[in-house]
Design a protein around this ligand. Sequence first.
Ligand SMILES: Cc1ncc(COP(=O)(O)O)c(C=O)c1O
Length: 391
Amino acid sequence: MAYNFDEIIQRKNTSCYKYDLLDKYYMRNDLLPMWVADMDFRTPDFVLDAIRERLEHPVLGYSFQSESLVESIKGWVNRRHGWEIQSNWVGFTPGVVPALNLAILAFTEPGDKIIIQTPVYFPFYSAVTEHGRELVLNPLKMCNDRYQMDLNHLESVIDSKTKMILLCSPHNPAGNVWRSDELRALADICIRHNLLIVSDEIHADVVYSGNKHIPTAMLSGAVAEQTITLMAPSKTFNFAGLATSYYIISNSKLFRKMEAEVRKLHINTGNILGNVAMEAAYTYGDEWLKELLAYLEGNCAFVRNFINSQMPAVRYIPPEATFLIWLDFKGTRISDHDVRHILLDDARVALSNGVLFGKDGANYQRINIGCPRSLLEQGLSQIARAITPLL
Ligand SMILES: Cc1ncc(COP(=O)(O)O)c(C=O)c1O
């Protein structure tokens, strides 16, 4: 391996959400942080070098997204996902969560209904409710250690006020890579009922062997006509702090509406260092990503083996994508409330409580495995020491 993912990097006192806000969110700061979805690995040198090089120029004035940046996005999306996109389908936002909110503002009206499939990344809820739109839930069903979409229920909750579905693909928190038949069945319903699909594909690159991410808009021309795709390099290359992302919309009418919403807020020019970082990542990042995926697959195997041998009452839901793993604590017969307290007060680890992702997340915990294996081992050992005596 050319890259060292075992390196322990001290992140405390860097205004880092994951390490420096433990006190605020967990009321104690002596925890091993395995919550916020960024990784503890070094942002790759080809990204840092590109930023350093840009900083050699002493003026950081207004900038724009260059043609070469757009070309790098087109190249990446094509190489990774086999999707040939055109330059005039691409627009920019300072983050995927802002883009979710902007899409809701651009394409729906207060009082319109928007569907989400739960449990799901929590900003999906607030993006709907904070703009006065009505949230409609289509809970996912857990079958054989994998969430499935409940398409009968989905169709039954759609009415004339339902305008949009927010799709998390791959899925956070459970790491599903939605398969082509699942996406097609979902898209058929959306086409039949004229629902716009906002497809959050921020985790599209961190997909494990045996699985293939399919951009929703690639399913067919008709699906592309009503799909807004949101992507970013920030999860893949670990630079979420640069708040740089993009949307892809091939339907020119929809594209213009989204662009107008972004321009209204004057947030289209982007972040000068984010733009440089994205271009470097998408130009030089293939080999690094290959090694990252191999390391993360090793981490997944480590978690699976550890849990199966030391905490078999906890159920490991095998992720098909993402550096996040959804753990089911129901088999421990310890209440959700008690599990949360044991993890904090005894195990001293900060995981993400399942209920954050919806009430169907009760009894689950999401653990972030985007860290050196030694930290992962430390966190799991602390959990096992705290939980095992209670079983
Ligand atoms: C599904 C999903 N969308 C969006 C984000 C955050 O996107 P951004 O930081 O670009 O706003 C995350 C981060 O965890 C995520 O999991």
